[in-house]
Design a protein around this ligand. Structure first.
Ligand code: FES
Length: 67
């Protein structure tokens, strides 16, 4: 099985590609179409855990670089 890849986009969501199984805290599975999703990390999405673009309106800032 191929590994999933998670990329924290500059000033944006976590972009997840690959085989995806996303569960809520009770273990119920979210319906995911395809093999790419964007997960909110700004906290502003109205469709959590998915990004809905709110980070652009709130000017969310988060640079994440591996050391
Ligand atoms: S990161 Fe896009 S709405 Fe939060």
């Amino acid at each position: 099985m191929a590994a999933s890849i998670i990329v924290p986009l500059a000033n944006g969501p976590y972009l997840v590609t690959g085989p995806i199984k996303l569960l809520d805290p009770e273990g119920r599975e979210f319906t995911v179409q395809g093999d790419k999703i964007a997960l909110c990390r700004c906290g502003g999405s109205s469709n959590k855990p998915f990004c809905d673009g709110t980070h652009k309106r709130t000017a969310f800032k988060a640079e994440t670089k591996a050391s």
